[in-house]
Write a protein that binds this ligand. Structure first.
Ligand code: TYD
Length: 228
């Protein structure tokens, strides 16, 4: 076979697409992630669903430490470093290999969560530096921000949790959650080409349709992918 230097080998798949979901507590991300994955699979696409913190064996171990609050005492920078370490493993072991194999990846949270949640206590330059190291160029093609007022989101999260205990980040006060909501909206405003903001107070079916419309139009599903 005559392959010119630098040309992609004939068997290489085109890179898959990377979609992330972001939003505050109780925005309905996980059920919308599942719906979108099912719909894409129905179009014949190979989809990997993942989440943060977690998404690889190493990162799932770090998830426990973070959500149980075991790292809280070490301060916001140490927590941000742990999120970054978990993300580096997640990208290396799960996300990048899937994209390189031509698969679609949908992640329930990614680096925008660090920008918002850890951004309150760590300098923005440090947050961006950690992000750069962790993702090493692997960035989302589309980020869906499910927007819901903090009060509604927290009520939903509380109802879902039942008697269970709120995690390290959920337990914070309403004003903190509302600040996070505004911080997410600000990120969306700054990067309109990557973000789509969806009103998550609507019923789940309406929210799912808005997400599907965004995915079809922003990621330009090819006709073969649409009709598969
Ligand atoms: P999780 O149980 O996955 O629930 P949900 O995504 O539905 O809120 O909780 C993850 C928590 O971790 C959530 O409160 C947000 C927080 N978090 C950060 O603080 N920084 C991060 O970088 C990520 C990915 C999550």
């Amino acid at each position: 076979m005559n392959v010119s230097p630098g040309a992609a080998p004939a068997f290489a798949s085109p890179r898959g697409r990377f979609v992330t979901f972001e939003g505050g507590e109780g925005a309905g991300k996980s059920s919308q992630v599942t719906r979108l994955a099912e719909r894409l699979r129905g179009r014949g696409l190979d989809v990997v669903v993942t989440r943060e913190p977690g998404g690889s064996p190493g990162a799932e171990c770090v998830r426990h430490v973070l959500l149980e609050g075991a790292a809280e005492a070490f301060g916001p920078l140490a927590e941000a470093c742990l999120f970054a370490a978990a993300r580096a493993d997640h990208v290396d072991r799960t996300i990048r290999p899937a994209l390189d194999a031509g698969r679609w990846v949908i992640s329930d949270r990614f680096y925008d969560s660090t920008r918002v949640y850890q951004g309150g206590g760590v300098a923005p330059e440090m947050v961006r530096l950690l992000e750069q190291v962790a993702v090493d160029g692997t960035r989302p093609d589309l980020t869906i921000l499910l927007d819901v007022p903090a009060e509604i989101g927290l009520a939903r999260a509380g109802a879902r949790r039942g008697e269970g205990v709120a995690d390290r980040f959920e337990k914070e006060d309403l004003a903190t959650h509302e600040r996070r909501r505004l911080a997410f909206l600000k990120l969306a405003h700054e990067e309109p080409e990557r973000f789509v903001v969806v009103d998550a107070t609507d019923d789940p079916g309406t929210v799912a349709e808005a997400i599907w419309f965004a995915v079809e139009t922003r990621l330009g599903l090819a006709p073969a992918e649409r009709s598969a």
